[in-house]
Design a binder for this molecule. Structure first.
Ligand code: PAF
Length: 284
């Protein structure tokens, strides 16, 4: 069957029912891959992982206004629907849900989902309400689709922990499948926002992963504060001066850790190169 494109909730439900009852059967499992479009190689890996785990793969494309701050890039977020559909179907996606704003936030919509502790640190501190927007859209998409599995990348590690927590706390019967960060040949974490980088900025950005990798050794030999200083001075030395944060936190719950516990540490960074905000993380 070729890919089915659906643009409203009724279409989504009948397409899923057709798959579950038609070529497959009611026992067929469904995996969802939520995206904001601008499909790239990392999204394709998410689809492949979805396909490995479930019989039916559903991708969603929705640039969610609720997760963007006032001065952020909602209006210029890259859009490439036709190409997105081709890439998603080439990699084996069965259904693509491209809802309108009214299908997600109908008139009178009045709800936000908040996972307060996990959302209050790192990007949550820098982007107020961002994770409420993410939590609300993800909960809606999981409930609208009734997916058995949902696949998310570790590049957005804080988002991944928040989604795991929301699914657990709301008893949503959906298993979250993480996949490791997909990087280009220079180690740069693949992201839709990389499209904003010009050639010179890209050369600078290519240093981020190398610096983060060298932090692993530094942390083994020293401590949190020294490692953070090490990362900071290395970022500055390659011309990354606008540093939003560099933090080392617990890998499982993002809490502050002390220097005696080296087993659960993860390094998180957010930087601006020109006006483009890039994030990355690595297990230390
Ligand atoms: O990671 C993203 O692309 C978005 O935050 C998500 C999960 C699709 C929700 O809009």
């Amino acid at each position: 069957m070729s890919v089915e494109i659906v643009r409203d909730l009724r279409g989504l439900h009948s397409s899923i029912a057709r798959y579950r009852n038609g070529p497959l059967n009611t026992a067929a499992s469904l995996a969802i891959v939520p995206t904001m479009g601008a499909i790239h190689e990392a999204h394709e890996k998410l689809i492949i992982e979805a396909k490995r785990n479930a019989n039916i793969v559903l991708a969603t494309i929705f640039v969610n206004p609720m997760q963007f701050g006032e001065n952020e890039d909602f209006n210029k977020y890259p859009k490439s629907e036709e190409e997105d559909i081709k890439r998603l179907s080439d990699v084996g996606c069965d259904i693509i849900y491209i809802p309108t704003i009214e299908n997600i936030y109908p008139e009178g919509f009045d709800l936000t989902i908040n996972v307060p502790k996990l959302s209050s640190v790192l990007c949550g501190k820098k982007r107020p309400n961002h994770f409420e927007g993410v939590s609300t859209i993800v909960a809606k998409l999981l409930l609208q689709s009734g997916a058995d599995y949902a696949v998310f990348g570790e590049k957005d590690y804080q988002q991944l922990l928040i989604i795991k927590s929301l699914v657990k706390n709301l008893d949503i019967p959906c298993q979250i499948l993480p996949i490791e960060t997909i990087r280009d040949t220079n180690g740069l974490a693949i992201s839709s926002r990389n499209k904003y980088l010009n050639a010179a900025s890209k050369v600078i950005a290519n240093n981020i992963n190398k610096i983060m990798k060298s932090a692993i050794n530094q942390y083994k030999k020293t401590d949190i504060q020294t490692t953070i200083k090490f990362v900071e001075s290395n970022l500055l030395s390659v011309g990354i001066e606008n540093i939003d944060y560099i933090e080392i936190r617990d890998n499982n719950n993002l809490s502050v850790i002390d220097n005696n516990d080296k087993s659960n540490a993860r390094l998180f960074i957010a930087v601006y190169i020109e006006n483009t905000r890039l994030i990355d993380n690595i297990k230390l």
